[in-house]
Ligand binder design. Structure first.
Ligand code: 5AD
Ligand code: SF4
Length: 439
């Protein structure tokens, strides 16, 4: 009797990775595998890994260590994603019970790699050096959310910021044609998805291989697909942020009122050392475009604290920029040295305790900024897409077009279903969420 093929997949890292996992799940199902919820029940255990900061990859190795005994029970392990691409065959040395190691640019070869695994082979690799293969979605992509669909429009990154592993783990930039993105958007809308998120490590450095549409034109065209109610895009690089993106948001109502524009630092000297290719002034000009839009657009960012050579003076410049932009959300990270990156050899003399202190100061300041920003919404009526409901407690949660979490109470007989849209009056605010009342 043939035993059933089962798999367990765990995903670390960014939305690109989450979406890659949807493609991997689709591929495994097509190969006759059934997904299970517990590692114990799976014949094949896969980790789709992230290596953006060091704790991310350490987590994966710890996990692999915890489970090495399962190999003796006949279970097989695969390491996918960024740690796989970065560490390559070294993973077999560090964790000899791993059978398959593959980076994201090789997922198209997964069916073949799986067949070899099933035939009993070990040390199977998908580590394309050129990393130019495309794994844009297919109809097999197993979307995990019934109302929000991700579409990859560009893979890889050619920016080579001095701290960042992405160009090494995800390879060169390659865009999908705008016609095929739109075909996918129509198909998805037909299936009932109402929110589309266009993804790319540098989503706005998108270049249509057919030369038909700019990024802003593609954005607008996706927003005009019948049935689509919300379009988001992430992550934008300031270098490629053009004014027509703001114009598109202004003229197409389904494009969400939110731009994520990572700044990384407020110091020109540190930005140069990071190879970001812009100055604070240049960045602030883009922010001014966004702020001059006809409808208020929420702005969020990423910041790295404690980059090699950063001084207290540089840090103050980042704090000043924070106060000037008044972001609605900031993801701040302590710098972490990454393999292969140019910053790895830069002298990093700031003590960890000092970096931690800066991060703390920054997050506290940002909390105050958000407390003020969020309280300005009191009295507004916003459209909320419902994400979760706790019917027993009459609690509903969702997000506004600005991507702000909104919680409200519900007393009607049938709680609104996840994925539905409601108008909500904002009656209270916290630094990270709004409180409302359905109207
Ligand atoms: N150290 C700390 N933070 C990093 N990021 C990327 N690389 C590093 C690193 N080596 C942060 C950046 C990026 C976000 C996704 O992760 O802020 O925008
Ligand atoms: Fe992590 Fe970057 Fe890879 Fe995403 S692309 S999984 S953030 S290393």
């Amino acid at each position: 009797m043939a035993t059933e093929k089962t798999f367990y997949l765990e995903t670390f890292g960014c939305q690109m990775n989450a979406h890659d996992s949807e493609k991997v799940i689709g591929t495994l199902r097509r190969q006759g595998y059934r997904q299970v919820e517990a590692e114990e029940d799976a014949g094949l255990i896969l980790y789709n890994t992230c290596s953006i900061r060091d704790k991310a990859e350490q987590k994966v190795f710890n996990r692999l260590n915890d489970y090495k005994k399962l190999y003796k029970l006949g279970k097989r392990f695969a390491v996918l994603g960024c740690v796989a691409q970065q560490e390559g065959e070294k993973i077999f040395d560090r964790a000899p019970y791993v059978s398959l190691v593959s980076g994201s640019a090789s997922y198209r070869k997964l069916p073949e790699m799986l067949s070899r695994l099933e035939a009993g082979e070990s040390r199977i690799t998908g580590l394309d050096d050129r990393q130019t293969d495309e794994t844009f979605e297919t109809e097999f992509t197993a979307r995990q959310n019934p109302y929000r669909a991700y579409i990859t429009i560009i893979e890889g990154c050619d920016k080579f910021c001095s701290y960042c592993v992405v160009p090494y783990t995800r390879g060169k930039e390659r865009s999908r044609t705008s016609s095929s993105v739109l075909t996918e958007a129509w198909r998805i809308a037909d299936l009932g998805y109402t929110e589309i998120q266009l993804l790319g490590q540098n989503v706005n450095s998108y270049r249509d291989p057919e030369g038909k549409r700019s990024f802003a034109e593609l954005l607008a065209a996706v927003g005009e697909v019948p049935g689509v109610r919300r379009v988001r895009f992430t992550t934008s690089h300031p270098r490629d942020f053009t004014r027509d993106i703001v114009e598109a948001i202004d003229s197409v109502p389904t494009l969400c009122d939110h731009v994520h524009l990572p700044v990384q630092s407020g110091s020109a000297r540190i930005l140069a050392s990071m190879a970001r290719e812009y100055t604070p002034e240049w960045y602030l000009e883009r922010i001014a475009w966004i702020k001059s839009a006809k409808r208020p657009i929420s702005i969020s960012t990423d910041i790295i604290v404690g980059f090699p050579g950063e001084t207290a003076d540089d840090f103050i410049k980042t704090m000043d920029l924070l106060a000037e932009v008044e972001y609605d959300c900031v993801f701040a990270f302590r710098y972490s040295a990454r393999p292969n990156t140019p910053a790895l050899v830069m002298i990093d003399s700031i003590p960890d305790a000092e970096k931690a202190q800066w991060l703390q100061v920054l997050l506290e300041r940002q909390r105050e900024i958000q407390r003020i920003n969020y309280s300005k919404h009191i009295g507004d009526i916003v459209e909320v897409m419902v994400e979760g409901a706790n019917p027993a407690r009459g609690q509903i949660s969702g997000r506004s077009s600005q991507n702000k979490p909104v919680n409200f109470e519900w007393s009607g007989p049938i709680a609104p279903a996840p994925g539905s849209y409601l108008r909500v009056k904002i009656i209270g605010a916290f630094p990270n969420s709004l409180v409302g009342q359905a109207v």
